[in-house]
Design a protein around this ligand. Structure first.
Ligand code: GLA
Length: 747
C-alpha cells in the first residue's frame, strides 16, 4: 500500500516510486504538512519543525499558554483564512453570519484502493479503458499503474463545514494528485470565496520559481526567477487557462539543472481562471498554492451540498527538470488523455486554414485533398468558413448549418469525395462563439454573455455563449451532432477565439453571479464529455486561437491541442520548448506551413519546418496545390520518415538538450527509446558562422556500455553522452538535422 497511516502519531505517509509526501494531525488536530520530496523512511518528519514564541503570530485558544504554537509559522496542509495564519490561504468562506474565520481540524480519514474520480471534472485515472487498450501500439509504459486514494476530512470547529482533502497516490507514475471537496453542514447557504486545490508548505525558502508566460502567437515562454519575500503569482482571469500564463508551475532548488537537483511540478487540471502563487514568508518558509482564481469566484454551497475543487497533479524529481517533465509526459500520455486516440497512431493531417483561409469552395478542397493523398497525408481538415454566413470572421458563428451554396455540394458529398481519395475527413467548430450577425444571436440575444444595460466587450468581433446554461449547451450540442451525423467525419477541431468578459448569466440570481465563470468551465466539460461519449472514435483537437487553452484539463477530453497560431518554425522552437516542461509532444498540435511565414514573414528551409512539426502531432497547413514538384518530393519523404519514427517520437523519452532562448548557434532536443536502444537527435542551426568552430551535442538516455551507429560511424554510448557527437556543419540559415542513433546488435 502506497499510503501508510500511523494511528499513534496520526501520521500519513504517501509514497510513489521515487517520492514521498507526508502529513500529520498534531495534538490539536491541526493537519501539518511535514514532507514532500525524496522518498525515505516513513519516519515522522515533523521533527524538523522549530517551535518558538513568535511575536504578532497568534496562538489558537486550545494551545493554552503555549506561546510557541502558532498557525502563522507552522507548515499547514490546508490553511484556512481568519484564524491566525496570515499567509495566503487555501480556503476562504463566508458563513451565514457574515464572518469568514474558519478553523479546520482533523476529523477522520479513509483509505481506498484505486484512484478517485471527480464528478464533472477531469482527473487522472488508474487503468486505461478497454477501447484504449485495444489500440495500444506499443503498450505505453505505466499502463495499469497502481493507485490508492486517501481522503482526510477536516471539520470547522464551529461544525458548519467539512473539508475532504483527496489524495491520489499513483505509485508507478510517480504522481500524487490532490483535489478538495467541501460540504455544507449548516442550515444556511455558505459562500466559498476562495478554494485552492493545492497548498504545499516548505520549511525552506531558497527556491526558484519556474513559470510559463506569453501572449497570442507566443505562448508558454519559459521564465525562471528566485523567490523573493512576498508573493509571486501567475494566473488567469480570462475564463480560459490563457495564452498569458499556464497552469503549470515548478519550484526548484537554486542550483537545479535539466539533469540534477530537486524540483517540484504542480499542474492544474482545469481550463478556466487559475491562480498559482508562491509566497516566501517572514521565517523564510515557502508556500505554494494552486487553484481556481478567486477574483471571479464566489460559489454558493447550499445546506447538504458539496462543491468539488478541481484536481492538481504533483511530481517531484531529484534528477532535475528533464526527469520532472518526463514524469508528467508519461502520466498525461497514458493516464490523462483518454479513449482510442490515446495510444492509437494519429493521422498526419492537412489543415486548409493557412492555405486558403475563408476563400474556398468544395472543388478547391477536393483539389487540395487530391494532392494531399498523393503526398501520404491521411486526414484532410476543413477549418473555419464552411457554415452559416462565414466568409470573414465577423459573422456566422453560432449558425452550425453547412453552407451548401459556398461548398457547391453537401457535406456528405464532400466527405465522400475526400474519403474516395483515401483520406479521413475533419472539420472545425467554435461551439462557444457567437457573432451578433448570426441567426442564433438574432433569435436568442440573451444566450450570449452580455450585461443588461451595458454595451458588450467584443473580441474578434464576436461574443461568447453562456455555456453555464444547460439549454444553451443542448441547443449547440444538437446542432453540432446534426452536422457530424450528416457525413463521415473522423476529426473535430474545437476552437475558442476570445477571452470571457461581461459575465452575467440570466439563469442565476444576483447573489450567485460569482459562480458563472466556474459553471462555464463545468458546462464546457459537460459538453466535451457528451461529445466524446457519442463519438468515441472521433479525434478531437483542442484549440483556442492556438494555445490559449493548453492545459491538463482539456487534455482529458482532447488528446491534442493546437500549440500556437504561430507556425514559424523558429518561433515554434521556444513555444514547444516551454510547452515541453509540462506536456508531452504527443499533445502538441504542430504543422508545416508555407514560406515566407504568415506570422513573421521569415523564410526557413522546408526540412526545418518538418523537424519542428515532427516534434509534435505533425501535419501540414498550406495550399498543397501551390507546392513545386521538388517540394512535393521532399514532403513525401518527410511523411515517410515521420511514420518510421512515430513510436520513438510519440512514446519515447523527450530530452531538452539546449534552451533555444539562450543557445548561441545550434539548438537541440532528443527522443530516446525508453530502453535506450535508439534515439532521434533534432538540431536547428539558429546562426551560421562561416569558418566557425566545431559543435558537439551530448546525448542523453543511451546505454553507456553499448555501441551506437550514427550515419555509418560507430560510437560508444558513454562517449556520445559524455563527450558528445560532432554535429554536421550548417551551410544555410536555420538548417536542421535529424540524426538517428541506433544501438548496434551485441556480437
Ligand atoms: C483560430 C485557430 C486557427 C484557425 C482560426 C479560424 O485562430 O487557432 O487555427 O482555426 O481560428 O478562424
Amino acid at each position: 500500500m502506497a499510503i501508510l497511516f500511523d494511528s499513534t502519531s496520526r501520521l500519513f505517509t504517501l509514497t510513489t516510486a521515487h517520492s514521498m509526501y507526508q502529513m500529520k494531525a498534531d495534538r490539536y488536530g491541526v493537519l501539518l504538512h511535514t514532507w514532500f520530496g525524496m522518498k525515505g523512511s516513513a519516519f515522522d518528519y515533523s521533527y524538523r519543525i522549530a517551535y518558538a514564541d513568535r511575536g504578532f503570530s497568534g496562538n489558537p485558544y486550545d494551545a493554552g499558554d503555549d506561546r510557541t504554537y502558532s498557525l502563522d509559522a507552522l507548515p499547514l496542509e490546508f490553511p484556512a483564512y481568519g484564524s491566525g495564519d496570515y499567509r495566503a490561504a487555501a480556503l476562504k468562506v463566508r458563513y451565514p453570519d457574515g464572518t469568514s474565520a474558519c478553523d479546520l481540524r482533523y476529523l477522520k480519514h479513509e483509505i481506498r484502493e484505486g484512484k478517485y474520480s471527480l464528478p464533472g471534472l477531469p482527473a487522472l485515472y488508474d487503468a486505461p479503458d478497454q477501447e484504449q487498450q485495444a489500440h495500444e501500439t506499443p503498450a505505453p509504459a505505466g499502463c495499469g499503474s497502481r493507485s490508492d486514494t486517501l481522503i482526510i476530512t477536516l471539520e470547522d470547529t464551529r461544525r458548519m463545514f467539512y473539508v475532504h482533502l483527496y489524495y491520489g497516490v499513483m505509485e508507478d507514475l510517480d504522481i500524487i494528485t490532490r483535489a478538495v471537496c467541501v460540504e455544507n453542514h449548516s442550515e444556511d447557504d455558505i459562500y466559498l470565496e476562495n478554494i485552492q486545490s493545492v497548498c504545499v508548505d516548505y520549511l525552506h525558502g531558497e527556491y526558484d520559481l519556474h513559470t510559463f508566460y506569453g501572449r497570442h502567437v507566443k505562448e508558454r515562454n519559459y521564465q525562471r526567477s528566485p523567490l523573493m519575500h512576498g508573493s509571486q503569482s501567475v494566473g488567469s482571469t480570462r475564463g480560459t487557462s490563457s495564452h498569458q500564463y499556464n497552469p503549470f508551475l515548478i519550484l526548484s532548488d537554486r542550483d537545479t539543472t535539466e539533469d540534477t537537483g530537486n524540483c517540484y511540478g504542480f499542474s492544474f487540471l482545469y481550463s478556466g481562471d487559475f491562480l498559482g502563487n508562491a509566497e516566501l514568508d517572514q521565517y523564510n518558509q515557502t508556500r505554494l498554492l494552486l487553484g481556481i482564481h478567486p477574483d471571479n469566484f464566489c460559489y454558493c454551497v447550499r445546506p447538504t451540498e458539496r462543491f468539488y475543487a478541481p484536481e492538481a497533479a504533483l511530481a517531484y524529481s531529484a534528477q532535475g527538470l528533464g526527469r520532472l517533465s518526463r514524469i508528467f509526459h508519461r502520466a498525461y500520455r497514458t493516464h490523462l488523455c483518454r479513449g482510442k486516440w490515446t495510444a492509437k497512431r494519429r493521422p498526419v493531417l492537412l489543415n486548409d486554414w493557412e492555405g486558403v483561409y475563408f476563400d474556398f469552395d468544395g472543388d478547391k478542397l477536393i483539389q487540395m485533398a487530391r494532392d494531399a493523398a498523393d503526398l501520404g497525408i491521411e486526414l484532410f481538415v476543413m477549418d473555419d468558413g464552411w457554415f452559416g454566413k462565414r466568409d470573414l470572421d465577423v459573422s456566422g458563428l453560432g449558425d452550425w448549418t453547412v453552407n451548401v451554396k459556398k461548398l457547391g455540394c453537401t457535406l456528405k458529398e464532400l466527405s465522400d469525395q475526400i474519403h474516395g481519395l483515401g483520406l479521413q475527413f475533419g472539420i472545425w467548430f467554435e461551439p462557444e462563439g457567437i457573432n451578433e450577425d448570426s441567426d442564433l444571436y438574432r433569435a436568442h440575444p440573451d444566450w450570449a454573455f452580455t450585461i443588461p444595460g451595458k454595451q458588450p466587450t467584443r473580441s474578434r468581433l464576436q461574443l461568447l455563449l453562456d455555456f453555464s446554461r444547460e439549454d444553451v449547451r443542448e441547443y449547440i450540442f444538437s446542432h453540432i451532432c446534426q452536422v457530424l451525423d450528416s457525413a463521415r467525419i473522423e476529426y473535430l477541431k474545437w476552437d475558442l477565439n476570445r477571452s470571457l468578459a461581461d459575465l452575467y448569466s440570466a439563469s442565476l440570481p444576483a447573489k450567485r453571479q460569482g459562480e458563472v465563470m466556474h459553471r462555464y468551465v463545468l458546462g464546457l466539460y459537460d459538453m466535451l464529455e457528451k461529445l466524446t461519449q457519442r463519438y468515441p472514435d472521433m479525434l478531437i483537437e483542442g484549440c483556442s486561437g492556438g494555445g490559449g487553452r493548453f492545459d491538463a484539463g482539456m487534455l482529458y477530453y482532447t488528446p491534442q491541442i493546437w500549440c500556437s497560431d504561430d507556425t514559424d518554425a523558429i518561433e515554434r522552437l521556444s513555444i514547444q520548448y516551454g510547452t515541453s516542461f509540462g506536456y508531452p509532444v504527443s499533445t502538441m498540435g504542430s504543422h508545416v506551413s508555407h514560406c515566407p511565414n504568415e506570422q513573421t514573414r521569415r523564410i526557413t528551409p522546408l526540412n526545418t519546418r518538418a523537424t519542428v512539426a515532427m516534434s509534435g502531432t505533425f501535419g501540414y497547413e498550406l495550399d498543397v496545390n501551390k507546392m513545386t514538384e521538388e517540394e512535393k518530393t521532399i514532403v513525401k519523404a518527410q511523411i515517410r520518415e515521420f511514420k518510421e519514427y512515430y513510436d520513438l517520437i510519440q512514446y519515447g523519452d523527450y530530452y531538452r538538450l539546449t534552451d533555444p532562448n539562450k543557445v548561441e548557434a545550434y539548438h537541440g532536443w532528443e527522443f530516446a527509446a525508453p530502453d535506450g536502444s535508439e534515439a532521434l537527435l533534432c538540431i536547428v542551426a539558429l546562426q551560421i558562422h562561416p569558418n566557425g568552430p566545431g559543435r558537439w551535442m551530448c546525448l542523453k538516455g543511451l546505454k553507456a556500455d553499448s555501441v551506437y551507429l550514427v550515419h555509418g560511424q560507430k560510437y560508444p554510448g558513454d562517449a556520445l553522452m559524455n563527450s558528445g557527437l560532432l554535429l554536421p556543419t550548417a551551410t544555410e540559415e536555420y538548417e536542421s538535422f535529424r540524426l538517428h542513433i541506433v544501438e548496434c546488435p551485441a556480437v
